[in-house]
Ligand binder design. Structure first.
Ligand code: NDP
Ligand code: 2IT
Length: 450
């Protein structure tokens, strides 16, 4: 674990690590927040006296359960399910479900912790949670995914609800999975409510929810670039991942006149120097969302380079948008990006940049946005989906997109408010951490020792 220059941070982290052994991603996420917040809390004794940060690192509730299901061969499979209900000070628990073989308590606690700050930044009344399972959707049939989702919901339904905890998608959970989960919830509870977001448009979903995280990330990066007098037009953009967030970040960056030259998956990345235009992106949509194939097939189809087992950060670009997973951009890769002239890194994924990478971006005064600010567009439109469900009225896509844009601008303003240093450089990590903290902390103080 990294050591801080601030002894109070190290002291705090020693306790967190002792209480949460082995949960390295959770330690990493808490450390980053503690670095920003402990000095701020020192200046605001009410938060210190109220032990707000000590309370915030302890989940309100952790659920862990068995998910048994039958595969296509009739064999019994057993997975482990989780839901971390982290904080409900400002609204019902809200956060995605991740299905990936690497899922364990430490990953979901880091994600739930980040979600609390992120949801606070959105301006909407949502607490923070996260859940998922170590189920690997790769290579599973639709029927197997359905049986797994039904079994997951058969336990999860008793812990969630439209005013209690509202799950959504994350890695491995898209429209198909939300459909299976929603169907099972409705069947068990015998009621049609907005208990999940990311639903289909015909059954309570919101327009722009699929696009929201990727679009929101580009809107946020646009605001950062504008502070330096730049925009996306004519810029070269490198994107990692090829799932939901990567696809729509590619689409929006291209709409704004940029050229997106890379996409990746866990097997490797493709480099298309001519840019991934609308037609090629349509191929990616079909490949990833319907055929569920590998990004390598893009290289074969369009006769471009494919780099097996590598990440895209060695390719020269102006803007980098990591949109795959945690710790996918390390210090060495950050150095290469900077040496190649990259001016802006905006996280579409949660915690994709390692602490070493972030330190380098700050040292070199590059525009850098942490995911809890820049990828908040997804959960923001989830919040707007909840509003529409409560009203029982859908909004037009222009209306949702406009609201999404306004929220991203507002999050950017909050980061600048709390993160701008004396030299004018904005530390968006500090800005997002303090900006997200204040509302939750004040609510917790107002609600007593809870
Ligand atoms: P998807 O499942 O749609 O896509 C995930 C992509 O990341 C795939 O290309 C996948 O490749 C790749 N990936 C996953 N795990 C790894 C890994 N260990 N190493 C390398 N590549 C990997 O997920 P999303 O696009 O929804 O999520 C991407 C990121 O964005 C995550 O960090 C998520 O938490 C974050 N996020 C998502 C939001 C949403 O609304 N969906 C909202 C905010 C943040 P492969 O197919 O090979 O696994
Ligand atoms: O990390 C995230 O913000 C998400 N996966 C989206 C959560 C949500 O509730 O829409």
């Amino acid at each position: 674990m990294e050591q801080s220059q601030n002894p109070q941070v190290n002291e705090f982290m020693t306790k967190v690590i002792a209480k949460n052994p082995g949960e390295v991603e959770f330690h990493q996420a808490v450390f980053e927040v503690a670095e920003s917040l402990i000095p701020y809390i020192e200046e605001h004794p009410k938060y210190k006296k109220g032990k707000i940060l000590e309370r915030m690192v302890e989940p309100e509730r952790v659920l862990m359960f068995r998910i048994p299901w039958l595969d296509d061969k009739g064999e019994i499979q057993i997975n482990r399910g989780f839901r971390i209900q982290m904080n409900s000070a400002i609204g019902p628990y809200k956060g995605g479900l991740r299905l990936h073989p690497t899922v364990y308590l430490g990953i979901l606690k880091f994600l739930a912790f980040e979600q609390v700050f992120k949801n606070s930044l959105t301006t909407l009344p949502m607490g923070g949670s996260k859940g998922g399972s170590d189920f690997d959707p790769k290579g599973k049939s639709d029927s197997e995914v359905m049986h797994f989702c039904q079994s997951l919901m058969t336990e999860l339904y008793r812990h969630i609800g439209p005013n209690l905890d509202i799950p959504a998608g994350d890695i491995g959970v898209g429209g198909r999975e939300i459909g299976f989960l929603f169907g099972q919830y409705k069947r068990i509870k015998n009621e049609f409510t907005g208990v999940l977001t990311g639903k289909g448009l015909q059954w309570g979903g919101s327009l722009i929810r699929p696009e929201a995280t990727g679009y929101g990330n580009v809107y946020f990066a646009k605001e950062m670039l504008a502070t330096k007098g730049f925009d996306f037009k004519g810029k070269t953009v490198s994107i990692s991942g090829s799932g939901n967030v990567a696809q729509f970040a590619t689409q929006k960056a291209t709409h704004l006149g940029a050229k997106v030259i890379t996409l990746s998956d866990s097997s490797g990345f493709i480099y298309d120097p001519k840019g991934i235009d609308a037609k090629k992106l349509a191929f990616v949509f079909e490949l990833k969302n319907i055929k569920r194939g590998r990004i390598k097939e893009y290289a074969t189809k369009y006769n471009v380079e494919y780099y097996e087992g590598h990440r895209p950060w060695g390719i020269k670009c102006d803007i980098a948008l990591p949109c795959a997973t945690q710790n996918e951009l390390n210090g060495e890769e950050a150095k290469i990006l900077i040496d190649n002239g990259c001016i802006c890194v905006s996280e579409g994924a949660n915690m994709p940049c390692t602490p070493e990478a972030i330190n380098l971006f700050h040292e070199k005064k590059i525009l850098f946005a942490p995911g809890k600010a820049s990828n908040a567009g997804g959960v923001s439109v989830s919040g707007l989906e909840m509003t529409q469900n409560s009203m029982r009225l859908p909004w037009a896509s222009e209306e949702v997109d406009k609201k999404l844009h306004e929220i991203m601008v507002s999050i950017h303003n909050t980061c600048v408010k709390y993160g701008k240093g004396d030299d004018g450089y904005v530390n968006y990590v500090k800005g997002a951490n303090i900006g997200g903290f204040v509302k939750v902390a004040d609510a917790m103080l107002a609600q007593g020792t809870v």
